[in-house]
Design a protein around this ligand. Structure first.
Ligand code: NI
Ligand code: MN
Length: 232
């Protein structure tokens, strides 16, 4: 069974005995993240939902040091290749089988800009995505990325309820609590985990409000503490 660790914001680790992946590893500069990048000792793949700084985060350093392959949309993947990193490009609607499982790139409605990194390098403009990760053919985890609400989200669970849905709730840059609750209604999952909130003042949000709305739907919500690990 895979284990899921939350690092604050939209950063997660998923691992089992064989594989470790990170999604949006924004560790340095993330006030909620309990670990430093050099404490990450294994990472086979880094999934990037888009090229904003609060998602790209420590990708370059981690991928370089740990030999991780970056999975991202084509434009970001090409840029990573140019930096000497291993990368696998995808685009919305496409899926691919990796050693840890299948990854499908899902639409996300959000900005397309690329961050300027601390070393002055600029990431290219890119399409934001979410990811449907089917871990080892058994467990399904939807990381919605940064997105506003859109009704095609209903299609993410068309093959049956998901195991876990990671939903942004912080408002301003993504869905707020009300739209996130609507997303939870549309994307059937056994467990909902809120993300992308309380990292910065502008996205200060009470996750218990989201939890309350999810539970009113008769579904389960878990507000993960940064550093906490759960079994999926
Ligand atoms: Ni963003
Ligand atoms: Mn963001």
């Amino acid at each position: 069974m895979p284990k899921l660790t939350y690092y604050g914001h939209s950063a997660f680790r998923i691992r089992d005995n064989q594989h470790t992946i990170l999604v949006d590893p924004f560790l340095t500069g993330n006030p909620l993240c309990p670990i430093k990048p050099d404490e990450v000792t294994a990472c086979d793949y880094i999934l990037l939902t888009h090229g904003h700084g609060d998602h790209f985060g420590d990708t370059a350093e981690l991928a370089q040091r740990l030999g991780s392959t970056v999975i991202a949309t084509h434009e970001l993947a090409v840029w990573c290749n140019e930096q000497g990193l291993k990368a696998h490009g995808m685009a919305v609607g496409g899926a691919y089988d990796f050693p840890f499982g299948r990854v499908k790139a899902i639409t996300a409605l959000h900005g397309t800009g690329g961050a300027t990194l601390p070393d002055g390098k600029e990431l290219p403009s890119n399409s934001p995505v979410g990811f449907l990760i089917t871990w080892g053919k058994t467990k399904s985890i939807y990381h919605a990325g940064d997105t506003g609400l859109f009704s095609d989200m209903k299609l993410v669970c068309e093959n049956g309820p998901l195991d876990v849905a990671l939903i942004p709730i912080g408002d301003n840059y993504t869905m707020g609590v009300d739209d996130a609750a609507r997303a939870a209604e549309w994307v059937e999952a056994n467990l909902y985990i809120p993300m992308h909130y309380n990292t910065f003042d502008v996205i200060k949000t009470d996750p218990l409000e989201f939890a309350f709305k999810v539970e009113k739907l008769g579904r389960r919500c878990k507000v993960m503490k940064p550093g906490e690990e759960i079994e999926v």
